[in-house]
Ligand binder design. Sequence first.
Ligand SMILES: [Fe+2]
Ligand SMILES: [Fe+2]
Length: 291
Amino acid sequence: MLPREEYIRLSLLYNLFWLRIMKEHAIFMESMMLPPARLLSAQADRYKQQFERLLATAIRLAGGALPKDVLQSGQYYTRYTEEAERITQKHTGILINSDLTRMAYDIEPYSPHVPITAGKEQEISQFNTNILNQTIAFIRFKSEILSSQTTCNLFTLMYTAVLEHILHEGQYYIEILQRLQRRDETVAAGYKEVWLHNMAEHAAVMRGLFDPTEKKPIEIANQFAHAFESLLQTELQFINGEALADTEAFSEFKANTTRAIIECKVKSIMLPLFTDHLLREANHFIYLMQS
Ligand SMILES: [Fe+2]
Ligand SMILES: [Fe+2]
């Protein structure tokens, strides 16, 4: 049974990360739709707005609840996020509320003076239930798009593997929320396998989205894909050091790629917010391994 204080802290820790991830999945889906799918892209935009509202609430509730090192772990924003949002909005025409990013810089770190009351627990519990309902609706939307695409009734610019990937991430977030709502102590159970899979998929997707002339980054992404796939073949309890070292190296590659895209120094069909999103996911995994 999770004690009240831990329930509140973990709820905010995960929601701050995942709500931004969900909002960006909506942005990526919207950006990959072609004109005949304009109703679907409008729907994706409404999900983006819903998750932006939820993220604003999470930021407000997080004041005084999380230690400074958690807030600055690179899982909520990076040094590139704001600029990546600006460029992505410019290139896609999709409105992206960067106030939420600036608000995240200023979240007050943990303070023993912020009282943990039963009222706060109640507020968090209602918030989690609300998120759960909206995330369930969102994964239904994702799976409809996925099945339309796999049956060739819909053509988007997203790889089917990416649609599956973002669907699985949504399902995993739902699992985390359900564990939190049961006050289950093993909220993070199984995270290593989930995130190693995700890292392998990120590497394979990045490999396929650089311009074919960009031989070097394609080669590096390919090496990461193989490295994470081979880690997945190993007994997971024995690979702590290797998983951490590989993920740190991959995080650096994602950061360098994001910077290169922002500075127009690499040819690809990746939006900078997409690679920054992948970077934050790697940083979240690193955080979980170190905590
Ligand atoms: Fe994601
Ligand atoms: Fe991902």
